[in-house]
Write a protein of this length. Structure first.
Length: 433
């Protein structure tokens, strides 16, 4: 029975526990235990696999800590308050303006300057006071941020998009359906378009009303007030550029953050005596989220060890009965469960492609339709997953004052506004492309 599949059962358990507001860290550990027990793994093996698998996200976790430290260091120089006032003057009291600016310019983090979530802990905390004055519903901002982390790599063949679409082309070609990498976006554009619809729905309808927030201290950050740009502020911005430039050269977010902190020290805007306090602030700001990413990687390792992903993907064969429409829907829904389970769109593609592409050929799907189904199946679940960096990233910036709930204010809104449009777009593309 499909409901007793370890992936399905553990994802359901994780989702229910998170919705009941159990700490995400504990929910992941319990869900891993559930998956292992159902698969018949000894408890010692489950915990060993969980702990051993945590290293899979070690670079991401270190990135979060160092970027949090950099955010604290920048906040302490006063440049953040100046930028905040500049943004407030540009926005001029219009909530939609700041939301659209973040959604558009955030896309550059995937394609033009591929630093992924690096910009969020640096840019968003200084804007919290501006959002509070605007009475901006942070659920709308969470949707803008998650959109900027997902839609670009799905639809645009540059930066992370080139990697994502390259994996699709490679896996489809290896499984009997040759595709050129630069042709993938010609099909996946519909997924990006429907994500735009989901974003507009969130901004103009779902979360347009005012929402009150208190002006509370930010965790680990003391944003110093400054009236005008001084030499130390320009040096701070120059140092911060390293966090974006270095990863483009060496493909390492931690190295970029470390380079920025080093330059701030060299420029003497970060003093030796303040280093311990700054790192402590970074840990306070990003430590929990970094550790969640580690445990999420361990959870994914347990899921993979059970072999349940392959069982789940194979099980859809017997449920389709030759129906093209049922086949497309089931492939999308299974992709949703798999991605929520293993936590990465990029890693989902090789897992499902070996079954999906022969199935697409059997059902008579076109090459373009198969591209859409495979891309949508992989992308589904990344938005809305409690353990995905597409949701943890936005929460890291929006919850710096403890007033933004990760599950109800980030995961649920992004799940509804992006996964539903992706399922619709995936179905349309699979059936009619």
């Amino acid at each position: 029975m499909i409901l007793l599949n370890p992936v399905v059962l553990s994802v359901i358990v994780m989702s229910v526990l998170c919705l009941l507001k159990l700490n995400v860290l504990l929910a992941l550990i319990i869900s891993a235990l559930v998956a292992g027990f159902v698969a018949g793994m000894p408890i010692g093996d489950i915990m060993g696999t969980l702990i051993g698998g945590m290293g899979g996200q070690s670079e991401t976790a270190l990135s979060y800590i160092l970027l949090g430290t950099l955010a604290v260091a920048i906040g302490n120089t006063g440049v953040a308050s100046i930028i905040s006032r500049k943004v407030a003057s540009v926005v001029n009291g219009k909530k939609l303006v700041i939301l659209i600016i973040i959604a558009v310019f955030g896309c550059f983090s995937q394609n033009l300057i591929p630093v992924h979530i690096a910009y969020i802990p640096i840019l968003i905390p200084p804007l919290i006071s501006v959002m509070n004055k605007l009475k901006l519903d942070r659920r709308a901002m969470a949707c803008s941020l998650t959109f900027s982390l997902k839609a670009p790599y799905i639809a645009i063949p540059a930066g992370f998009g080139l990697i994502f679409q390259g994996i699709i082309a490679t896996q489809m070609t290896e499984n009997g359906m040759p595709v050129n990498q630069l042709d993938v976006w010609k099909s996946t554009w519909i997924l990006g378009l429907f994500m735009v619809f989901g974003l507009l729905l969130a901004l103009f309808f779902s979360y347009r009303k005012d929402r009150e927030y208190k002006d509370l201290p930010l965790k680990g950050i003391e944003i110093e007030e400054a009236e005008k740009m001084e030499t130390k502020h320009w040096l701070t911005l120059l140092a911060a550029l390293a966090a974006f430039i270095v990863p483009m050269i060496y493909d390492s977010l931690p190295l970029g953050a470390l380079a920025a902190l080093f330059l701030m020290f060299v420029f003497r805007v970060l003093k030796w005596k303040d280093i311990d306090k700054t790192i402590s602030g970074g840990m306070q700001l990003m430590g929990l989220i970094a550790f969640i990413m580690l445990v999420a990687s361990g959870y994914a390792a347990v899921i993979k060890q059970t072999g349940a992903v392959e069982e789940l993907v194979n099980s859809i064969y017997g449920m389709i009965g030759g129906s093209k429409s049922i086949g497309v829907i089931l492939m999308l829904l299974v992709g949703l469960l798999v991605t929520m389970g293993i936590g990465t769109s990029f890693g989902t593609i090789p897992v499902v492609a070996a079954i999906y592409i022969p199935l697409c050929l059997k059902l008579g799907l076109s090459v373009s339709g198969s591209v859409v189904v495979l891309a949508a199946a992989a992308a589904l679940g990344d938005a809305g997953s409690p353990a995905s960096d597409s949701t943890l990233g936005p929460t890291s910036g929006l919850n710096v004052d403890g007033q933004h709930d990760h599950i109800w204010d980030t995961c649920v809104p992004t799940f509804l506004h992006f996964n539903i449009p992706l399922i619709i777009a995936g179905f349309i593309g699979g059936m009619f492309f």
